[in-house]
Design a protein around this ligand. Sequence first.
Ligand code: TRP
Length: 450
Amino acid sequence: MAEERAQWTSRVGFILAAAGSAVGLGNIWRFSYAAGTEGGGAFILIYLAAAVFIGYPLLVSEISIGRATRKNPIGAFRTLAPNAPWWLVGAIGVLTAFVILSYYSVVAGWAFAYTFESLRGLYQPSVDHAEHFTKHISDPVAPILWHAAFMAITIGVIAMGVVKGIQRVVQVLMPLLFLLAIVIMIRSITLPGAGEGIAFILTPDFSEVTPLTVLHAVAQAFFTISLGMGAMITYGSYLRKKDPIPSSAGTIIGLDTFVAIIAGFAIFPAVFAFGFDPAAGPGLAFITLPGVFTEMPLGAVFGFLFFLLLTIAALTSSISLLEVVVAWLKDEHKWKRTKAAVVVGCAMFAIGVLPSLGYSVLSHVQAFEMNILDLYDWFATSILLPLGGLLTIIFAGYVWGARKLSEEANEGTGKLRFGPGMGFMFLVKVVVPLAVLAVLIAGLYEKFAA
Ligand code: TRP
């Protein structure tokens, strides 16, 4: 007897799961260092435009494709286009999940380790945080154990199922995450000298903006909204017909952006108040912030809360990446959920050992001036996600078609509606494909020609 497909038991459950996927290391770690190096508020404004005009139409399309077919990404494309190789777009998504989660779990492992270290006297004036971080990641063993621990928790949640695992966990962790972010932000903006950091976010500096900034803002929108690899197709496949897609997609992007901005207001005022460099790059969260916590009253408490926040945000994202592959094996190959979660999670762990070792015994492995982790990140976010997103939007707008897309998107309660005519469909058919194509080309140009 066929087992009935799981469904989110409430609209809020779906929104929190999807927002949980969206809110992750991308919002806190990636967003803050991108904004810090590329014009502060100017980057944020360009990012907002990218989220609304490119992220939103693609998010609605992905959720609709998932709900219309009730399938994993490979099965979804195959169902809607049985006689053409569009299922390959889903296959790119499954591949992307392997690439992203393998290194994502490594970085999440660093955050996990720092959560515990915060409780064991990490914030002493005698500690040089740059040196400490380098020492932490260049140990060949410990980061791999933290990576394993993080992956084990991810596997555990997915093994428990869509409702009893994912939905139950996000319903507890997401409110906690919002609360932690707000508490840390209040601490940060009330520090003496915080004004400069607040101004840094609110006054856009367009002199730092280049065409590449636009490219990075669009790529950031893809990454942070979890687009271009079928995660939202998979989560959409568990959505009830009566739940509205257009407004839910808006709420998901709104929550994701809200957390990114809160994170900005939590990080930059503190960085400025203690005279650190906002353009410190990827090390901002792991080097600059511990320096800030060292100088801050009650820094150990806020340091612990910050890294806890980072770990929780990473977990609600990593489960969505693992679920894509598990859903595919379950739907198409009739694997048991637990077996799929364990086998895939272990494979992803193994693939992630390489980027972790890229800071120690494999540090000589470099390509285009990137170590293994940066290479995985570049390949996933500059190539695979835009490619997947481009093919998905072409599929939605032209193959599946504007009429069917709008029918599915409009099904359910809610007042926001999209006709198959112009407006929204102009974004789907023209603006998004052209913009994503430009990102793909510019990304390749940036690496190989510039
Ligand atoms: N959105 C997450 C973040 O901001 C990362 C993530 C989860 C993701 N699932 C994804 C990125 C799917 C791309 C595709 O950290």
